[in-house]
Design a protein around this ligand. Structure first.
Ligand code: ADP
Ligand code: MG
Length: 269
């Protein structure tokens, strides 16, 4: 761990019992670091353990073994007692989910949603409008409730609410997966800008390699709970070494794409 390391995950493992007996290892000794203001992508197919790792980072899933360290301080495995300690923990890492609808209060306008987050963290409510503006939500949207917003606008609101907490790290789990590609592009650009402006570090979980290529510096490829390859995003996605990474890349449609290549790559794994 260098002095520049902000987030360190070391040996994170999680095994779930199977209904019929036995167990399934969702994450197996996952280790990585993210520097201050860095952006790490976690990629892999559905079921590879990405969400389990994301949830262990924020503390929604308790790892069987392993530690999460932020700025050199280990995060407690349990949610700390006391409001101040809980808020301090929330300021370290915020998470944005694929479907923010369930985590947004249907009764609150976008403005009140962000104000509530600011107030909860003992901050002045004045920056609410500026935060909404930062994610591209104007006056009309500020006065709208979640059901009156589009999917992309709700996702922006969820990001604005996370930023209201002034987190050091933002974990996004398939946060743009359900959005139209043009909206995806807007949100990816937004995340890049926010990272430049605020220095927040991103952990960007996605099954979509094209999306990860745009927003991350480093990438970690997961298969069946294990990290099979990690390194600079450009290098890993342009010259993958692991056969599984090659398969993922061969599965992305593009110029000269032949689905048969992907089928062959899978057969050879
Ligand atoms: P991904 O996000 O890459 O799709 P997940 O982390 O959601 O993968 O899941 C990894 C594996 O762990 C899957 O096989 C999934 O069924 C299993 N799993 C995830 N959460 C639970 C849980 N709460 N109970 C039992 N099994 C789970
Ligand atoms: Mg997932």
């Amino acid at each position: 761990m260098t002095t520049d390391t902000l987030l360190e995950a070391r040996g994170l493992s999680k095994t779930y019992p199977l209904p019929g007996g036995g167990s399934h290892t969702a994450a197996d000794a996952v280790t990585f670091t993210v520097p201050r203001g860095g952006a790490l992508g976690i990629v892999g197919e559905s079921g590879s353990g990405k969400t389990t790792v994301a949830r262990m980072l924020v503390g929604l899933v308790r790892p069987d073994t392993g530690t999460v360290t932020v700025a050199g301080r280990p995060r407690e495995a349990r949610t700390p007692r006391g409001k101040q300690a809980r808020l301090a923990r929330a300021r370290e890492i915020q998470m944005v989910f694929q479907d923010p609808y369930i985590s947004l209060d249907p009764r609150l306008t976008a403005r009140d949603c962000v104000r509530t987050a600011l107030r909860l963290h003992g901050r002045d409510e004045t920056p609410a409008e500026a935060l909404l503006d930062q994610v591209g939500l104007g006056t009309r949207e500020a006065g709208a409730r979640p059901r009156e917003l589009s999917g992309g606008q709700r996702q922006r609101l969820a990001i604005a609410r996370s930023l209201a907490v002034d987190p050091r790290i933002l974990v996004l789990d398939e946060a743009v997966a359900a959005l139209d590609v043009s909206i995806q592009a807007q949100i990816l650009k937004l995340l890049d800008e926010i990272r430049g402006d605020t220095g927040v570090a991103l952990v960007f979980v996605s099954h979509d390699l094209a999306v990860v290529r745009h927003v991350t510096d480093e990438v970690l490829v997961m298969r069946r709970g294990r990290v099979v390859e990690q390194g600079p995003t450009d290098a890993v996605l342009s010259a993958p070494e692991d056969p599984y990474t090659k398969l993922l890349l061969a599965s992305v449609p593009g110029e000269g794409w032949d689905p048969a290549d992907a089928v062959r790559a899978r057969a050879s794994l």
